[in-house]
Write a protein that binds this ligand. Structure first.
Ligand SMILES: [Zn+2]
Length: 125
């Protein structure tokens, strides 16, 4: 590649970076600031991917649910009865797995979408 081409490439990359910095909004809705929290919990675009998790929890998922989901129930708060304890632990495990699937589905597809958007910006089409 010639130096002129290299320079043109670099200029384009800098323009891309500027455009991205000037456009922090969510690319899927009207949210002015795109954050992981917005993407995982609020963005209407990913509502379908949140459904299994919300069915598990029985309501919309909130950011402060995450520590409990990841860490599971506190052992000392579990009932003494072995059957009930196992049921609660099984439910917690189900939530943890559903949460993992949700995060993977949303962030994986979002990354794909961003990659193809950048490819469109750089190569046109
Ligand atoms: Zn959004």
């Amino acid at each position: 590649m010639s130096p002129a081409h290299l320079l043109a490439d670099e200029r384009r990359r800098i323009e891309e970076r500027k455009k991205r910095a000037a456009n922090p909004y969510c690319m899927h809705c009207e949210e002015p600031e795109d954050t992981v929290e917005h993407t995982l919990f609020n963005c209407p675009f990913w509502a379908e991917d949140r459904r299994e998790m919300e069915q598990c929890v029985g309501r919309p998922l909130r950011p402060n649910d995450v520590p409990d989901i990841i860490l599971g129930p506190e052992q000392e708060l579990l009932p003494d009865d072995a059957f009930r304890r196992r049921r609660i632990e099984a439910m917690a495990e189900k939530q943890r797995l559903a949460f993992g699937r949700m995060v993977e589905a949303i962030l994986g597809r979002k990354e794909d979408a961003e990659r193809s958007r950048q490819a469109r910006l750089i190569y046109g089409g």
